[in-house]
Design a protein around this ligand. Sequence first.
Ligand code: SF4
Ligand code: MG
Length: 336
Amino acid sequence: NDAILQVKDLRISFSTYAGEVQAVRGASFDLRRGETLAIVGESGSGKSVAARSIMRLNPPANTLVRGGEILFEGEDILKHSERRMQGIRGPKIAMVFQDPMTSLDPTMRVGRQISESLTKHLGMKGRRATERAVELLKLVGIPNAEERVKQYPHQFSGGMRQRVVIAIALSCDPQILIADEPTTALDVTIQAQILDLMRELQDRIGTSIILITHDLGVVASTAHRVAVMYGGRIVETGTVREIFYNPQMPYTWGLLASIPLPNADRSQELIPIPGTPPNALDPPKGCPFTARCPYAMKVCEGEMPDKTTFSNEHWAACWLHHPMAPKGEPPVRVRG
Ligand code: SF4
Ligand code: MG
């Protein structure tokens, strides 16, 4: 087993005035050494909550861990003390968020922000830390790094700021990098450059990456494996090829139909999947996609489908694969 991280049957809720919001409802996946695993789904599918659980960054006051475990280095992260987490968050597992400004301090020079992280986690100080900061800016492809370390975040473009955030995330050589919609706030050209950078850094330093995204286009160019998340559950998992060329679950078909063809004009409207995600305050008993699924059957509503396995890597949870299910229409394909 070469998994560096295993998430098993994770259940995370939030207590709110309206009641208990069941954000993650039994999600299981593992991350292998050196791979990029994409977790894909619409907003509200639970993907960010699952990712933040790995860092233990969900708000402690109202987060309820309802079950499951997150195994890292042979231990359950969910059971660690906050103090213990401080030795993991940053040096072992680092995170990059959608908006680089949330992770940067606007009042502090960029070089100092990097060297502070080096001091805090690695005890590196003075000239050595500054030199390392310059090296890290070079590593993430920022030109004139010697000059740039002295500048403030507002002197960087959005794409360059995200590179700085990635430099900080990588400063302590983490084993795992979690990137939550790292390119969503950027325009398409810059987006591609950041994704190229992440791929290149992975080849070079071997970090295992969890990439959270709603955009299957991002997945195709960056990930090795994909976990599709819906209504707080993982509903299909496979290699990128399997998910793109042989998807088995209607929600995945819908996601694929909503990405533009490779040569299509990017400004063209995507076709969203009609309907809204399930109510996390009162989640459905059966398949979470029932209310929006064009293939839904009676059984879908009442009972959660088991996983059906299609290869070593590929499974989906959908009643269409039950031997007694009526045969549905063929899946929607993106490419012929
Ligand atoms: Fe659709 Fe039923 Fe499959 Fe869910 S289990 S995706 S509702 S066919
Ligand atoms: Mg999110």
